[in-house]
Design a protein around this ligand. Structure first.
Ligand code: SAM
Length: 207
């Protein structure tokens, strides 16, 4: 397994053990910010809320809270949550396992989905260099592109964060670089959302 992924296991395994299935268990400062990110990512879903037949892969799903959010919003979909941490998937299954969900431990995307989303998987870089981490992010985005039919959406911390709040072990991406990368490699229809206050941005790639 790639070192980038191994270190995620290490980091997030401890979080879910320590805090359980809530925002702190997936290392978000607040539930509100967790949901603001979902609001942005969900803009990729160009479907009526009553429409049932779309499939979605939530890559790095944590305890599956995004499924709960979608359900609350009236979405009915075929939801697959993938997470590399077994403890996350165990929690997700406890909470949402009885519903129309599939939860998988791992980091491989098998099959195709209408949409793929991720929230927060690119943030914890630790000792890996910025350059290497950027290549890692690109590799994951290539997979999203390969396995999604209608589009995908992802977020990253932004390099436009306030310097006194920035931390050495986090990855602060350049939104302009990723906008350009997506536009020139994946689709003509790309949106960069960077107007929602918290220190990250979301990119929507619509096919
Ligand atoms: C910041 S948490 C966010 C969880 C969830 N998306 C949410 O917003 O509640 C990131 C999650 O992604 C998982 N993760 C990170 N890299 C991954 C990878 N390459 N494949 C699968 N899961 C990954 C971590 O284990 C962790 O549960």
């Amino acid at each position: 397994m790639k070192k980038e992924i191994l270190q995620q296991i290490d980091y997030f395994c401890n979080k879910i053990k320590q805090f359980g299935s809530n925002n702190r268990g997936v290392d978000w400062n607040s539930e509100e910010a967790q949901r603001v990110r979902y609001d942005q990512l969900s803009k990729i879903l160009s479907v009526e809320t009553s429409e049932k037949d779309f499939s979605i892969c939530d890559y790095g799903c944590g305890y599956g809270y995004y499924f709960g959010y979608l359900k609350e919003r009236g979405y009915h979909c075929q939801y697959t949550g993938i997470d590399v941490v077994t403890g996350m998937i165990e929690e997700a299954k406890k909470i949402y396992g009885e519903e129309e969900t599939e939860f998988v431990v791992g980091s491989e995307i098998a099959g195709e989905y209408d949409y793929i989303v991720e929230s927060g998987i690119f943030n914890i870089r630790q000792e890996i260099s910025n350059e290497e981490w950027t290549q890692y992010v690109i590799g994951v985005l290539e997979e999203f592109n390969k396995h999604s039919n209608k589009g995908f959406a992802f977020n990253c911390l932004t390099k436009y964060s306030d310097v006194d709040h920035m931390k050495d072990y986090l990855y602060y991406a350049d939104p302009c670089f990723f906008f350009d990368y997506c536009k020139t490699h994946f689709s003509r229809n790309v949106a960069l959302l960077h107007d929602y206050e918290i220190y990250d941005f979301t990119i929507l790639v619509r096919k």
